[in-house]
Design a protein around this ligand. Structure first.
Ligand SMILES: [Zn+2]
Length: 139
């Protein structure tokens, strides 16, 4: 035996600094709207800053699918949508992209955003091409 990590129902995030802290998954009766929730969560968000488990946390909680509200993976979520993120947290924490028919178009980019996952390479090039187009337009 090398410790509790080997038990099947123990997740790696139980070793995260936030584990068991009620301010990360705020009880429904402590907030009524996004402003309340952000007020409760913002003071603890910094704890995610150097946490090595951000991606694991998002994989485990699946905040988008579970319509999670609280702090997960360096972000504050309200009903499964990101409302605040720590500076410097990148898309690499988010689940890998699902390829869709709409990929490489604005609809594809929106679909990844709605699912709160990484952008696929086609959608990423679409976004970059769009950004360059905007720069050209404003020049
Ligand atoms: Zn795509």
């Amino acid at each position: 035996m090398t410790g509790t990590r080997n038990l099947p129902d123990i997740h790696v995030t139980e070793h995260a600094p936030c584990c068991g802290d009620p301010d990360f998954a705020v009880a429904d009766d402590r907030w009524t709207n996004a402003t309340d929730l952000i007020r409760l969560c913002e003071p603890v968000l910094y704890v995610c800053g150097h946490c090595p488990f951000r991606a694991a946390c998002i994989r485990q909680v699946r905040p988008s699918k579970s319509e999670f509200s609280g702090v997960c993976g360096g972000r504050i979520w309200v009903n499964g949508a990101i409302v605040r993120a720590l500076p410097g947290v990148g898309p690499e924490d988010l689940p890998p992209p699902v390829n869709r028919k709409a990929c490489g178009t604005a609809a594809g980019v929106r679909a990844h955003r709605r699912a709160v996952e990484q952008q696929c390479s086609k959608c990423e090039s679409f976004t970059q091409a769009g950004a360059q187009q905007l720069e050209l337009d404003s020049a």
